[in-house]
Ligand binder design. Structure first.
Ligand code: ZN
Length: 237
């Protein structure tokens, strides 16, 4: 083997290490996200009822299993940003299904606003940005030419712990009062009514477990007079 060929092999090995080309949903080699896993994602969303009621309808692409679970873990824990593409596309497809089913308004009646449930800032930084926000932006792109807003409205303030291993009650306590709205004016106290709006606001998250984060996010949005149509998540655990 020539020195040049050896270098090329080393480079390939390095690239394989950096970019292991295997499906993040099932591990099949050769592609980032295979067609089988795509079919598992692009399905009509199902209604879920988390233990902590967010007070609005909640839909998931399916259970936290198979390609949905593997995809979320690859994106959140292993930093595979490219997985946001199929997940974002699946969320856009799900929004289409919800519109077809009459669950949310069509674009000609109300413009769509996607609000991401907040993640702990430090966790998001460690993962190289908020993966849910990335999915939401891709979902918005997929819905073009419709204009979909993805404002960063909600933030998790300091003090919230990683929720892994916490019970429903502990999770609720963990996020209670720790989610805040940024860049939104408080509604005038004298009306107390939701603002009239021609927007469909959907709350997005990757996984709903107990519903504590969705419920607290919904509470904050409603407090600010933002009419929330529902919550859509990739998977329900
Ligand atoms: Zn696959």
């Amino acid at each position: 083997m020539s020195v040049g060929a050896g270098r090329l092999t080393n480079m390939r090995t390095l690239l394989d290490l950096v970019l292991p080309l295997e499906c993040a949903g099932c591990g099949v080699p050769g592609e980032n996200w295979c067609s089988w896993c795509s079919r598992a994602l692009y399905v009509p969303p199902v209604t879920v009822r988390p233990r902590v009621d967010p007070g609005v309808p909640c839909w998931a692409l399916g259970t936290y299993s198979g390609p949905r679970r593997n995809g979320v873990i690859a994106m959140k824990e292993r930093g595979r940003r490219s997985v946001a593409r199929p997940l974002g596309r699946a969320l856009a497809e799900a929004i289409g299904h919800l519109r077809d089913a009459g669950e949310i308004d069509p674009p000609e009646l109300a413009s769509l606003v996607l609000v991401c449930a907040p993640t702990r800032a430090r966790a998001a930084r460690a993962r190289g940005g908020d993966p849910v926000l990335r999915c939401a932006r891709i979902a918005a792109e997929e819905l073009a030419p419709e204009t979909v807003l993805v404002p960063e409205l909600l933030r998790m303030s300091g003090g919230a712990r990683d929720s892994v291993g916490l019970s429903a009650g502990q999770r609720q306590h963990n996020v209670a009062g720790r989610i805040e709205a940024v860049g939104v004016c408080r509604p005038r106290a004298d009306t107390g009514r939701p603002r009239t709006s021609t927007h469909t606001v959907l709350l997005l998250d990757d996984v709903v477990t107990t519903g504590a984060t969705l419920a607290e996010s919904a509470r904050v949005l409603v407090e600010f007079g933002i009419p929330l149509a529902g919550a859509l998540v990739v998977a329900s655990a």
